[in-house]
Write a protein that binds this ligand. Structure first.
Ligand code: BES
Ligand code: ZN
Ligand code: ZN
Length: 486
């Protein structure tokens, strides 16, 4: 898909459809649009400018069809509404098999919302229909989006568009990884994807294979993958965007390529989407790729903790007591609480061997976070309070949101084990996301740390939400583009 800036008169656009965004206060502009009289009269009657209401016509003298999309009342105007309106425009074009679309970037209260138009539209072009064999079942891909802007703004807008293209491609990269079948995007294939990123972006990559994981004493990580035919890996990619500085942030992703639950098998209705359980690792890899492409001035070590939580005669067992890399012993109360196990070892190993100043982990850790926050915000936990504040603020601003959850010491009591130092499960039905985070905290030590529970935002099992597609969403990539840049 191509994106271009169009600085001529929109009347000269020769594509399939041109979209105008209007607030309720801008309805008088209808007379200035290249509509013939009849069409303009109908538009004035039918189109109210209400938020997300549309008016479509091909009854006019120039070639492209015209779509009007309502932005609602001017007083309610904000970037997220523009993202949503832009998304509606692209969905309309996709449904109508229109391949070339122009969006006239609205400017309201002198506030150009180019970024929002670009993000909302580009992200909506994503399709994952490689498994549709009938051509007519496939959605026709959008070939080209033209953003209609004023000529004077072309230079600065060109740079912004380049950046947004990179960010959106990273979002698509994450979606593709998450959406693929677990037997194709298995642990070994995931390592190949990481190697490809490392090669293309010239990043240093270190891969610990299953044997090394065992030998180094990463027993929690090893045990989770022990029942799978796919080997476990711990992967490190190093991007040094700020060589003079010694500061380094570690981004660590849960990469369970499929979570059956292990011997505590997940039930039907829950298990079907568990290829999503590597979304943390996919997000981390997507962010590393994006950081390199945007030449972000930060030193980053991206860590992928890969394993499959499979069921079989080699699987680890409820009741096992394991010695972690840190030396703490863990009673396995439930083999389905596996994400915290791989993360505990991966985080502890990264802190000891890479000495980051800040650790941020990304994990589809708990179903409980979906109960608490639904699909509209990731849970954010941790000890790095200033950085948490930054992420909250940026997330609200660009609508890739995080909501802070507490790490009350009292809940750590729930993780006490009778036979080991700690167990991997709290009390059923009580603060599940918090006890998950508190388990990880035990392996972090003094390093400032943030945990993002992305189970609700990384994957939509129900429906798409405007520019975020159903299934893999790539959420958090936009958030970290802004956060790492600041
Ligand atoms: N991968 C799941 C969490 C999950 C649930 C991710 C729904 C995405 C959507 C995780 O490994 C898990 O099974 N968590 C258990 C924890 C419990 C056993 C303490 C859960 O949430 O039920
Ligand atoms: Zn699980
Ligand atoms: Zn899991």
């Amino acid at each position: 898909m191509k994106t271009i800036l169009f600085t001529q008169d929109p009347k000269d656009y020769k594509g399939d459809i041109i979209v105008y965004f209007l607030t309720q206060e801008q309805l008088s502009l209808i007379d200035k649009l290249p509509l013939d009289k009849n069409a303009a009269n109908i538009a004035k009657k039918d189109f109210t400018g209400e938020f997300l209401k549309t008016f479509f016509t091909h009854l006019h003298t120039i070639t492209p069809r015209i779509l009007l999309v309502g932005l609602g009342e001017e007083k309610n105007f904000n970037c997220e509404n523009v993202r949503k309106a832009s998304s509606i425009a692209i969905s309309f074009a996709k449904q109508s098999n229109l391949e070339n679309i122009a969006l006239v970037v609205p400017s309201i209260k002198q506030n150009s919302c180019f970024e929002a138009v670009a993000e909302g539209s580009i992200l909506t072009t994503y399709n994952f229909d490689k498994y549709k064999t009938e051509e007519k079942q496939k959605k026709k891909p959008i070939k080209e989006i033209s953003f209609v802007i004023q000529k004077e703004k072309a230079k600065e807008t060109e740079l912004i568009l380049k950046k947004i293209d990179v960010i959106c491609n990273s979002v698509f990269f994450v979606r593709d990884l998450v959406n693929e079948n677990a037997d194709i995007m298995n642990t070994t294939e995931f390592v190949e994807a990481a190697k490809k990123v490392a090669y293309e972006k010239k990043l240093k990559i270190t891969v610990l294979d299953q044997k090394q994981i065992k030998k180094l004493g990463l027993n929690l990580h090893y045990s989770v993958g022990q029942g799978s035919k796919y080997p476990s890996y711990l992967v490190f990619l190093e991007y040094n965007g700020n060589p003079p500085s010694r500061e380094k942030v570690a981004l660590i992703g849960k990469g369970i390529t499929f979570d059956t639950g292990g011997l505590n098998l997940k039930p039907s209705g829950i298990i079907e989407t568990m290829r999503e359980d590597m979304a943390g690792a996919a997000t981390v890899l997507g962010i590393a790729k994006m950081a390199a492409e945007l030449k972000i001035k930060k030193n980053i070590v991206a860590v992928l903790a890969l394993a499959e939580n499979a069921i079989g005669n080699e699987s680890f067992k409820p009741g096992d007591v394991l010695t972690s890399y840190s030396g703490l012993t863990v009673e396995i109360a439930n083999t389905d609480a596996e994400g915290r196990l791989v993360l505990a070892d991966a985080i502890n190993y990264t802190i000891k061997n890479y000495k980051p100043d800040l650790v941020i982990d990304f994990a589809t850790l708990t179903g409980a976070i979906v109960v608490a926050l639904g699909h509209e915000a990731a849970g954010i936990f941790g000890t790095a309070s200033q950085e948490i504040e930054k992420l909250k603020e940026i997330g609200e601003g660009i609508h890739d949101r995080v909501w802070e959850m507490p790490l009350y010491d009292e809940y750590a009591e729930d993780l006490k084990s009778e036979i080991a130092d700690i167990k991997n499960l709290g009390i059923k039905g009580s603060a599940g996301s918090i006890t998950g985070a508190l388990f990880i905290k035990k392996f972090v030590g003094e390093t400032p740390w943030i945990h993002l529970d992305i189970a609700g935002v990384a994957f939509y099992d129900d429906k798409p939400r405007f520019y975020n597609s159903k299934s893999g969403t790539g959420n958090c990539v936009r958030l970290f583009a802004k956060y790492l840049e600041d």
